[in-house]
Design a binder for this molecule. Structure first.
Ligand code: TTP
Ligand code: MG
Length: 392
């Protein structure tokens, strides 16, 4: 397969409705419509299962209209928390393949898999593995598009929904794009599409016959972007966003070591550094990972996703230690690293002077501010002091 088809777009199928069918097996194969008062108070359809779409029901349609088209459907108000929970499970799966994940919405992401082929095979293979892992671990079905850029990958994921896996090869671009209606182009909404329809242009292929200057005239500064997109050119990069970004630190030892106590002490020191950066950015995360490289340069990584979002040194260290215990330390270790992923912004909680909370984050914040004022060496944990003794 061509080796520059590195962009993957993934979009869950009928996401909210599929989650409802997953949690209530009696709804499997039935018309399910999520939306209305419970979810957004506007009485519109959030999404409809594919069984309901056959009757013409779609997102943003007034519930009243949906009830006329599909009276036998099961109407549900929606459970945002549950959808968010599954969404973060899905993003954690994606992050196992590559850190290059750009979240677009609750059920949609771009991946750049350029560096992943040695480990996971071709982009098509990676697409298959992602689909399988998501199905096995969550029970949900998604559609995937693979192509050389974002625009084409997104077009691809939409071509064979539900449960699609579409590869758009470079020599197939025109063949795929030309018959599509113009509203498939990002930025071309109903209004612009209508404007084009009025002058007899319905398909992307027809739009290609327009001169560059005509497009500029019609679409202003977006004209040149449009000129490129319809020819399958899209220079946008996959941008890792803070929600999927991770923060980590690693250290290479002067001498390789098999001493578990010493490794744990380094792990604690790294946990301090990592969580300090996490706290500085006012983030919390619920995926913890470690990396170990032995003297033969074999790299082992272990990761775990927990329910609670953390940013305290003790919490990170605790889970890092558990992960390290799962690593086979048969060869001496030359490098160890630890990090947090699935980061999100920590909401401002009401601070109380008399809180009895077990949450260590306030304690950590005090330590951080002393270190900011007096330097890193000003406060040390007893374990760090022990380590210094051992190394001297
Ligand atoms: P989409 O991915 O647009 O739709 P979908 O996943 O339901 O269906 P498809 O198989 O076509 O991808 O949106 C993801 C979720 O976002 C969707 O399940 C519900 C929610 N949503 C709304 O609440 N309102 C809307 O208008 C749309 C489009 C989506
Ligand atoms: Mg979707």
């Amino acid at each position: 397969m061509e080796n520059n088809l590195n962009i993957i777009h993934i979009d869950m199928d009928a996401f909210f409705a599929s989650v409802e069918q997953l949690d209530k097996p009696e709804l499997e194969g039935k018309a399910v419509i999520v939306g209305g008062v419970g979810l957004d108070n506007r009485g519109v359809v959030s999404t409809a299962s594919y069984e309901a779409r056959k009757f013409g029901v779609h997102s943003a349609m007034p519930i009243a209209k949906a009830k006329k088209l599909c009276p036998h459907a099961v109407y549900l108000p929606g459970r945002r928390e549950r959808y968010t929970e599954l969404s973060s499970q899905i993003f954690n799966i994606l992050l196992k393949f590559t850190p290059q994940v750009e979240k677009l919405s609750i059920d949609e992401a771009f991946l750049n898999v350029k560096g992943c082929h040695r480990l996971y095979g071709s982009s098509k293979e990676i697409g298959k593995q992602i689909k399988k892992k998501i199905k096995d671990e969550t029970g949900l079905v998604c559609s995937i598009g693979v192509a050389r850029n974002k625009f084409l990958a997104k077009i691809g994921s939409d071509l064979d929904k539900p449960d699609g896996l579409v590869i758009i090869k470079n020599n197939e671009i025109a063949e795929v794009l030309d018959p599509l209606s113009v509203d498939k182009i990002p930025g071309v909404g109903t209004k612009t599409a209508n404007k084009l329809n009025e002058i007899g242009i319905y398909k992307i292929g027809q739009l290609k016959n327009m001169e560059y200057n005509e497009l500029k005239h019609l679409f202003g500064k977006n004209g040149s972007l449009l000129y490129e997109l319809i020819r399958g050119i899209d220079k946008r990069e996959v941008n890792i966003n803070s929600e999927t970004k991770s923060i980590s630190n690693e250290t290479t030892f002067q001498n390789d070591t098999s001493d578990l106590d010493l490794l744990l002490k380094y792990l604690l020191e790294l946990s301090q550094k990592v969580t300090r950066r996490v706290r500085k950015k006012n983030l919390i995360g619920n995926t913890i990972f470690i990396k170990v490289k032995d003297n033969k340069f074999n790299v082992t990584t272990r990761r775990i996703t927990i329910k609670k979002y953390i940013n305290s040194t003790d919490d990170l260290y605790k889970y890092g230690k558990k992960l390290l215990e799962k690593v086979d330390l048969k060869n001496p270790i030359r490098l160890i690293g630890i990090g947090i992923a699935s980061l999100k912004e920590k909401k401002k909680e009401q601070l109380s002077l008399f809180t009895n909370s077990k949450d260590k984050s306030e304690f950590n914040i005090v330590i951080d501010s002393i270190k900011d004022k007096f330097g890193n060496e000003s406060i040390k944990r007893a374990r760090d002091l022990l380590k210094e003794d051992k190394n001297n």
